[in-house]
Design a protein around this ligand. Structure first.
Ligand code: IP8
Length: 260
């Protein structure tokens, strides 16, 4: 089985609040259906979640009453994005079911305190495709905070030990430096986490409330420590996801799990 994270920067236009990219999502849904693999899908919040979460400083936890409203607005926005994602999956005959983190996950000081894995298992057993997403969630220490899609990916990878974790992004993968500003940046086809430690790179110029490239590299390191391979690929390009899912060659970066 595979765990796929559909990055918010691919399925939404990150600079424009609440702007979904249906044609990109439709392509990804078509490729997921065509590959016919067992998958758990996690999607980011993109411009449906990050702009409001930043405005209300939700990741700092409960500080003032206004944030309560901000929390519910942010949740409504990411739920809306999730319904767009589901609609696209359904129109491509993927039997997706939504598992919303704000009601199935409890955080503690940004970390995961509880998660209902059994419900994912049960839906998988019945041949559904579970879909979860970056959301706001209750936090035992902070009152509430942000539950990022990457946190969910990490927890699900630990529990389900998938064949691969795939991050679908708006870049081909990793470069030795930021390709947007450095023309000498070299593409990395495969690497290990030890080599990755030495690299400084930037995949996305937009700063999120939950992650930057440093955060993404930390997630990959943790997945690698589980002995699981991580793939980073471009969701804007046709058939890359499909080829990776069926084990064909495609332009992407593989971070090998464990020591290879
Ligand atoms: O886009 C963040 O999830 P991510 C969730 O996966 C919110 O980091 C509400 C900003």
């Amino acid at each position: 089985m595979f765990i796929l994270k559909l990055g918010g920067s691919v399925i939404t236009k990150k600079s424009e609040q609440g702007c979904f990219r249906p044609e990109v999502m439709d392509n990804l849904a078509r490729e997921i259906k065509k590959a016919n693999k067992e998958v758990i899908l996690v999607h980011g919040a993109g411009s449906f979640g990050h702009i409001l979460a930043k405005q209300y400083e939700l990741n700092k936890g409960y500080k003032n009453k206004d944030q309560i409203h901000g929390f519910s607005l942010t949740h409504a926005m990411v739920q809306t994005l999730n319904s767009f994602v589901l609609k696209s999956l359904h129109s491509h005959n993927v039997s997706a079911v939504s598992l919303s983190p704000h009601s199935t996950v409890k955080l503690n000081d940004h970390g995961l305190a509880r998660m209902d894995y059994k419900i994912f298992e049960e839906y998988l057993d019945k041949h559904f495709t579970p879909v979860t997403f970056g959301d706001v969630a209750l936090d035992e220490k902070l009152g509430f905070s942000i539950c990022s899609g990457d946190l969910l990916v990490m927890a699900l990878a630990k529990y389900f030990k998938p064949e691969k974790v795939i991050f679908v992004m708006d870049e081909d993968g990793l470069y030795t430096s930021n390709p947007k500003i450095n023309k000498d940046a070299e593409f990395i086809e495969s690497t290990t986490i030890e080599k990755l430690e030495k690299l400084t790179t930037s995949i996305d110029a937009h700063a999120d409330v939950t992650e930057d490239m440093g955060g993404k590299i930390d997630t990959m390191k943790n997945i690698s420590r589980l002995g699981i391979d991580t793939v980073l690929l471009n969701g804007n390009k046709q058939d890359i996801l499909y080829n990776v899912l069926i084990g064909e060659d495609a332009k992407c970066t593989i971070v090998y799990g464990g020591k290879k």
